[in-house]
Design a protein around this ligand. Structure first.
Ligand code: ADP
Length: 267
């Protein structure tokens, strides 16, 4: 509430008065709280690997100085921790870049079929190493349909989704990438194309689904960190899909698997 002296010129109340102004600051407060939470989360996420690195540096300088075997082991852990920090910083940069241009509609024309196939091929070695059967169920020999978009960002969407399916699906699971022919999408009020990344992994309990695209939200923090996750992958996906005026749908049945559907408007 702000109170200020005011000069009243109209109506019956001419003369000196006060102006009392009520303003609903809920959105401003909420934005401030979200920013503070975000900074606290980032600091925590960066501090964890940093503390580990500092601990190992001390050990290498002291007790492990004469022990080559321990040195090699510690260096491998340090490399993994530094990699984690590097991924986190990379994801933070991606997120801030997408947020910055979320209002600008991307104007490139992207041949979705080619983009999906090359993304899939790029991830085949990762799937093979993880013992996951990664299947191409895209319409054969098609480059299209073309969507107005940003090719790098769309590649990131499908990379994040397929990597998650491989990571959380685990050994022995099947991951399918498919694309439906363009059709009218009532939720977009436009013709859209639907791309699906479906896995036969452990699935996600329903209560987690609405919060899954929040920054740093994880179903199982320990497991996510162990897998090298930053907790930002799906937040980035959501922002990129929003920027493309598309929709992200998550369907999951615990014990059976999860399907992420990305619906993008086509011209
Ligand atoms: P992270 O870096 O932890 O993988 P994401 O934002 O990509 O972060 O995903 C958020 C959480 O959603 C993950 O921690 C994981 O618990 C869950 N998740 C994402 N994809 C899948 C999937 N295909 N199957 C099961 N759980 C998933």
């Amino acid at each position: 509430v702000t109170v200020a002296p005011a000069l009243l010129r109209e109506g019956a109340m001419q003369g000196r008065g006060v102006l009392v102004c009520f303003e609903d600051v809920t959105p401003v407060e909420k934005a401030g709280r979200m920013r503070r939470d975000f900074v606290a989360n980032v600091s925590h996420e960066l501090r964890t690997p940093l503390t580990a690195l500092m601990g190992f540096i001390e050990t290498l300088k002291g007790p492990a100085r004469q022990d080559p075997e321990a040195q090699a082991r510690f260096l491998a852990i340090m490399e993994a921790e530094a990699g984690r920090m590097n991924r986190l910083v990379g994801d933070l940069l991606s997120l801030s870049r997408v947020e910055a241009d979320e209002r600008v509609r991307p104007s490139e024309r992207v041949a979705l079929g080619s983009l999906l196939r090359s993304t899939l091929n790029g991830l085949a070695p990762l799937a093979a190493e993880a013992g996951v059967d990664l299947r191409d169920e895209l319409p054969e020999g098609q480059e299209g349909p073309e969507v107005p978009g940003d090719a790098d960002q769309l590649r990131q969407v499908f990379t994040n989704l397929i990597e998650n399916a491989i990571k959380y699906g685990g050994r022995g699971c099947t991951v399918r990438l498919s694309m439906q022919p363009p059709a009218y999408e009532p939720r977009l009020r436009a013709t859209g194309v639907c791309v699906r990344v479906a896995d036969t992994g452990p699935g996600i309990a329903e209560i987690h689904l609405p919060r899954l695209t929040e920054r740093f939200y994880r179903v199982d923090s320990h497991r996510s960190r162990e897998m090298g996750g930053t907790g930002l992958g799906l937040a980035i996906v959501k922002h990129i899909v929003n920027r493309h005026r598309g929709r992200l749908r998550i369907d999951s049945t615990p014990g059976e698997g999860t399907t992420f559907s990305v619906i993008l408007p086509v011209d």
